[in-house]
Each structure stands twice: as structure tokens, then as C-alpha cells.
Design a protein around this ligand. Structure first.
Ligand code: GLP
Length: 260
């Protein structure tokens, strides 16, 4: 029997007097063992059968407790290899006053960045893209959709749209969209960003490796060239447990109230 199992059973014995339903006692024991660092991120949980036989409870009860903890993001299940304590997210603090790229933000923190391509190509624009990018129906839009990954943790899904005249070869951007725009003198100098709450579900949750229903952030960035022309329209989904957005606020001067 593993050390992790011993830690969990020690916690379970302590809560046995509480009179709470068994699955809740077990759930709490596992949670306490994780919170106290007795079992750490990445540690394997003993098998359902081991827990059930050692604690003398049914496998159904064990499954119910484990499923609850998976839903809450405390444990993760990997098909074929078992159940593990979820990796702890190091939160990224992101300033809202600088126009930087994902690659720059992560590199500044010493994190290794990579992306997985979800889509890249030229398409007929959607009504939203036509409106924001100022495209007509016979022009094309370049779409670049990526899962952005830092230190092997998926942090965001970013779907960028640009006029095809700005980015005729979306497959050729390499690892950074802003670096590619910089080479053609089209890197944005200003952006307006809108952040709203979103519950992550379906494919988004799966890609970001979080339980379905967990909190996330929907971020829309419209960025501009110095001329005022819109260059980028990006809609992103960020993990809510990974980001703190920080803005510095100043008392507005006379006559500035309400100015964006
Ligand atoms: C940020 C922004 C996106 C922008 C991206 C460019 O993440 N939210 O709007 O497209 O940076 O990042 P990179 O240059 O690494 O591709």
C-alpha cells in the first residue's frame, strides 16, 4: 500500500466520528490530505479497489467521492493510467496597461511557451469579423486559432482574425503572431480589451484540461495600428484559475470623468 493511501486512511480515521455520510468523509479525507500537502500535485491516488478494501467501504462510495473531487478540480483522471492529485496552478499576474503578446508575457516570466494549432487558414468572413475588421463580403479573413501552453500547462484558447491582406499566409506566422506582424511593420500599437466571466464547457474545458463548468474568462481584444486601422480581432478563453489581471487606477483629472 502506498504512502498516499496511508495518509488518506489516517485522515479518514480522524473524521470517522463525524457521522457524515461515508462518501463525504472520504472526500474530505482526500481533500485534507491534499491541502495539508500530505499528498502532492501529480501523486497517484490509490486504486478504487485498494481504497474500498482498506477503508472497508463499497467501491460505489469511493467512486462517488473521487468523482466529486474530479469535478472540483482537486483530482484529475487520465484514461488508462489512473487518478492523480491535480497539478497546482501558479497564477500568472498580467498587467492590463501594456500591449504585449502571449509569447512575450510568458518569456518575461521564464516560462517555456508553445502552441497547438486548432485552425489556420483563409475563410469568408463572419458578420462580426466583417464589422470589426472593416471587410466586405468578397474579401477574405485570416484565422489563427491556437491553444496556448506555458510550462506544459494549457492556459488559453486564442482565436485571432485579421484581414487576409494583412496576413495572407496564416500558416506562416511561426510561434508568435505579433512577431510576424512586426516583420511587416503591422504590429498593433493600441488595443481595447473586454473581459467577461464564462463557464468553461465541452471542447474548451477539454482542451484546457479543466473540469467542465469551471470558471474561466472570455477576453476579446481589438487592436489598432497607429493610423487607427483595426488590425486584429481576437477572442480568447482563459483558465480562471491561472490568471490575475491587474490594472493600475488613477484619480481622474478635472473634466476627465467617464473618458475611456
Ligand atoms: C495575447 C493577446 C492576443 C494576441 C496574442 C499574440 O495573448 N490576447 O490578442 O493575438 O497575445 O501572441 P503571440 O505573438 O505570442 O502569438
Amino acid at each position: 500500500m502506498s504512502e498516499a493511501a496511508d495518509q488518506i486512511f489516517a485522515m479518514l480515521k480522524q473524521s470517522a466520528q463525524s457521522g457524515a455520510p461515508l462518501y463525504l468523509q472520504l472526500r474530505k479525507s482526500i481533500e485534507d490530505a491534499v491541502n495539508r500537502g500530505l499528498i502532492g500535485p501529480g501523486d497517484a491516488l490509490p486504486s478504487e479497489r485498494d481504497i474500498a478494501s482498506k477503508a472497508d467501504i463499497s467501491r460505489v462510495t469511493v467512486r462517488k467521492a473521487v468523482q466529486d473531487l474530479v469535478k472540483g478540480g482537486i483530482l484529475v483522471q487520465r484514461h488508462g493510467s489512473g487518478t492523480f492529485v491535480a497539478p497546482r496552478m501558479e497564477r500568472v499576474e498580467q498587467s492590463l496597461s501594456r500591449l504585449t503578446s502571449f509569447t512575450e508575457d510568458m518569456a518575461r516570466r521564464g516560462m517555456a511557451v508553445r502552441s497547438a494549432w486548432l485552425d489556420r487558414g483563409l475563410y469568408a468572413p463572419s458578420p462580426d469579423e466583417m464589422m470589426v475588421l472593416g471587410l466586405s463580403s468578397n474579401e477574405l479573413v485570416a484565422r489563427v486559432a491556437r491553444l496556448r501552453i506555458a510550462n506544459d500547462t494549457p492556459l488559453a484558447i486564442e482565436r485571432a482574425a485579421l484581414s487576409a491582406s494583412v496576413l495572407p499566409d496564416p500558416a506562416g506566422i511561426g510561434s508568435s503572431l505579433y512577431a510576424a506582424l512586426e516583420t511587416t511593420g503591422l504590429r498593433p500599437v493600441r488595443a481595447v480589451q473586454r473581459i467577461s466571466a464564462a463557464n468553461l464547457g465541452g471542447d474548451d474545458a477539454r482542451l484546457l484540461e479543466v473540469p467542465s463548468g469551471i470558471a474561466g474568462l472570455h477576453i476579446e481584444r481589438i487592436s489598432y495600428l497607429a493610423s487607427g486601422k483595426v488590425i486584429e480581432f481576437t477572442r480568447s478563453i482563459y483558465r480562471g484559475d491561472a490568471y490575475d489581471f491587474v490594472a493600475e487606477l488613477r484619480l481622474s483629472g478635472p473634466g476627465e470623468e467617464g473618458r475611456p
